[in-house]
Design a protein around this ligand. Structure first.
Ligand code: GRF
Length: 225
């Protein structure tokens, strides 16, 4: 029997692209996706350099000079659809998306967010976690819906907040875990194990995910614990 075709995937970025790099590395290590293109709204995004180094097509679609958010998102969707992706991944893409755009990719559009959603939606999550006195912080992968950082959460990784942590040290610790949970969720989606039902509920292997999976639990069997 021949192996199924890898899922065609587009990654949207605006910045450094370490999550993109984690996906590129995971693809090389057997993640069943093919990253068909990386698209950035920022021409200087370092993630574009990472993509080119990996031989992946890149496109820049600047939002500057675009008359409206709707115009931009229509142009973005046209660009994306030229690559005929089955999966669309936001990896540090710093734009709010229109409902029309989100609906077009419903169930195949994921985002990674640096907090334990539903806590700390929006920006500056690491600073806000420290200010709140939280002992635990982390990252989440979720389906994208109209609600900013509000779609159903699929998998999370928790990290301890340590004495003396600064936003930068905490961010670095969270980012390491992001690089594990994003490829994990993408694998589930690419393998058809992860779906978003018409009822708005995420399902993994046909079971409703009434709470996010935790990276710690996913890693446990592999480590024989
Ligand atoms: C990550 O913290 C991600 O969770 C957030 O934006 C950041 C992107 O980092 N959405 P990178 O560009 O992948 O290094």
């Amino acid at each position: 029997m021949t192996a199924p075709e890898p899922a065609r995937c587009i990654v949207l970025i605006s910045g450094g692209g370490t999550n993109l790099q984690a996906l590129i590395d995971a693809e090389r290590d057997g993640l069943p996706v093919r990253i068909a293109a990386v698209i950035s709204n920022e021409p200087q995004a370092y993630g574009l350099v990472r993509a080119r180094a990996a031989g992946i097509a890149t496109r820049v679609l600047s939002h500057r000079g675009c008359a409206s958010r709707d115009d931009y998102d229509r142009a973005l969707a046209r660009l994306i659809d030229e690559f005929r992706p089955t999966i669309l991944l936001l990896a540090g893409f710093m734009r709010i998306l229109t409902p029309r755009f989100v609906a077009h990719y419903r169930g195949r559009l994921l985002n990674i967010h640096p907090s334990l959603l539903p806590d700390l939606r929006g920006l500056h999550t690491h600073r806000r976690a420290l200010e709140s006195g939280a002992r635990v912080h982390g990252a989440s992968v979720h389906f994208v819906t109209d609600e900013l950082d509000g779609g159903p959460v699929i998998v999370q990784a928790r990290v301890p907040v340590l004495p003396g942590d600064q936003p930068e040290t905490l961010a670095a610790r969270v980012l390491q875990r992001e690089h594990l949970i994003y490829p994990l969720a993408v694998r589930w989606l690419a393998e058809g194990r992860l779906t978003l039902g018409d009822d708005g509920l995420p399902r993994l292997d046909g079971q409703i995910l009434d709470r996010p999976r935790l990276l710690e639990d996913e890693e446990a069997p592999a480590e024989g614990r």
